[in-house]
Design a protein around this ligand. Sequence first.
Ligand code: SAM
Length: 286
Amino acid sequence: MNESSDKATGTLFVVATPIGNLKDITLRAIEVLQACDWVACEDTRHSQRLFQAHGIDSKTLALHQHNENQQAQSIIDRLLQGHNVALVSDAGTPLISDPGFPLIQLAHEQQLSVVPIPGPSALIALLSVAGLNTNPFTFHGFLPAKSQQRIKALEAWLPLSGTHVFYESAHRIVACVDDLLAVFGATTPVAMGRELTKTFEQVFRGSLNELTDLIVADRNHQKGEFVLAIQGQKADTDEQLTPEQRQLASQLQQHLPPKTAAKVVADHYGINKKQVYQFMLDAKAP
Ligand code: SAM
């Protein structure tokens, strides 16, 4: 391995692996996984499928959410002895809603070399095709399991602009979309990636209303792994309103209450009323 192998201590490589399609792995990731003395896997049996597909026969050990505090120290000991260790999760990039945080913290405390081997992540895969504003975007991981807390979490996003991305499990997808509808409203643009890179991959783009119809109409659409992205309610008005829309809004604002003016502009152009209203508030701000 040409990556710091002549150092007295080993290197910790944090390696992204496929989120479904086993071919979605970089040449460098394969090289590093093969050359490391140990690969710390979230689930060693799960990773074997990937390793077999790419001829990787390195020694493995398990590091998952139930043993990571103890296991992290034992991995640090190996690194201090000069062994190179790779960290992989079941899918995508480790530490992105996946184990590894205590290990990386300890490695930095010991001033060990920690090297990323970048690759797939479900949130980035969805954002790359969602057609939603990614500047900025906020990743929220998994939402709370209970509806009441989930609604609270969603409401906290309302003052934020940009796109919100999060993961959801199959058994909560219907309830979650229900809560999104209650908080964000039927016309809010949304994107859903289901089973990305896999045989039954589905990418949906549309309004929350349309997403609800799609998911409720067919139980097959409730199966698999989900990542969702939703347009924030605080409109990024400079990017989202055309000069004509801004001009009309500014003119009407002088003669009508802001809410009425926003509705007239929104109806006229077939755009989101909240966006126009936000533009008016921003324009008024000192
Ligand atoms: N570390 C991973 C990453 O970088 O994407 C995420 C790990 S998290 C424990 C697993 C969740 O990611 C799944 O429950 C699902 O919400 C989402 N996910 C993973 N693979 C996916 C796929 N192929 N399509 C859609 N969502 C996926």
